[in-house]
Design a binder for this molecule. Structure first.
Ligand code: PAF
Length: 283
């Protein structure tokens, strides 16, 4: 596996692959890789001739007081893991390779509507930071396809919308969330959990499953189900941020004819902000 830090080196290698007619996949990450990321790389391997992984802890998607400085940076370990799953190129740009100007002067990408609710409401500016860096990575790598986890469901929708609206020639693949055996969604932020919090954390996913079961048993007062879920999470020791049953395609309030739904949840457990979701099809 080649590791490069500059856009010039990245483009130099990719140009050689392109000249040989090879298809390129990109897996954008912020590092501290876990099975969820490695699953994306394995899938990318099966879909393209070459796999590029970026590791960049993107300052633009962190707000004031968030964990940008504390975010786990484990480059050597990540690099070993990527070699083991046969990634071809690791792109680890320093901040000034991605952002040439001060934050206040950055050109930004905004996906209004979708970005303003849920994680976007709790973390103002977060999705502008995500859309901007992902757009820049797409321009730097110019991949044929890019892969993202469904754990960050809202992020995936924001990226799909950006790609559609800006006519970016890349195919987006969303992959199912990879979970621990007890159901907890794999996340770099799980490392913030204490032992005691780690035993409580899987309740978030169990609650999502419970809401699915309730909806399937024709309990159609969705607002009541959301309230029940929030109370249960609070009773278990979480500080919930949101719990919402929405239309899967665009996160709008579902109407009676909507059959494809997603239940989105975010809750704090100690220092860790856990997010998860579950999709359900009523067809
Ligand atoms: O999901 C992530 O790790 C990040 O939001 C992403 C997509 C790599 C952009 O920084």
């Amino acid at each position: 596996m080649i590791t490069v830090e500059t856009v010039a080196d990245l483009r130099h290698t990719i140009a050689r692959w392109r000249a040989a007619g090879e298809r390129v996949a990109l897996v954008p990450t912020m590092g501290n890789l876990h099975e969820g990321h490695l699953d994306l790389v394995r899938k990318a391997r099966s879909l393209a001739d070459r796999v590029v992984v970026s590791i960049f802890v993107n300052p633009l998607q962190f707000g004031e007081g968030e964990d940008f400085a504390a975010y786990p940076r484990t480059l050597l370990d990540d690099s070993d893991k990527l070699s083991a799953v046969a990634a071809d190129l690791l792109f680890t740009p320093p901040v000034d390779e991605v952002y040439r100007r001060p934050r206040s002067e950055q050109t930004r990408i905004e996906v209004p509507g979708l970005s303003g609710q849920f994680c976007g409401a709790s973390r103002p500016g977060h999705f502008v930071g995500v859309a901007t860096v992902v757009c820049k990575l797409f321009n730097m790598v110019q991949p044929d396809l890019a892969l993202f986890g469904e754990k960050d469901y809202q992020q995936l929708l924001v990226i799909r919308r950006m790609v559609e609206d800006l006519a970016i020639p890349v195919t987006i693949h969303g992959l199912p969330t990879v979970r621990e055996v007890d159901g907890l969604a794999r996340s770099s932020r799980n490392g913030y959990l204490s032992d005691a919090e780690r035993t409580i954390a899987p309740v978030l996913y169990r609650q999502l499953q419970q809401t699915v079961a309730d909806i399937k048993q024709r309990k159609h007062d969705l607002a009541a189900l959301e309230r029940q879920a929030l109370s249960r999470l609070e009773a278990e020791g979480f500080t919930p941020d949101y719990y919402a049953i929405r239309r899967a395609a665009d996160l709008a309030e579902p109407g009676p004819d909507d059959k494809s739904l997603v239940i989105l949840a975010a809750a704090y457990l100690g220092k860790a902000r856990l997010i998860d979701n579950i999709q359900l099809d009523l067809e």
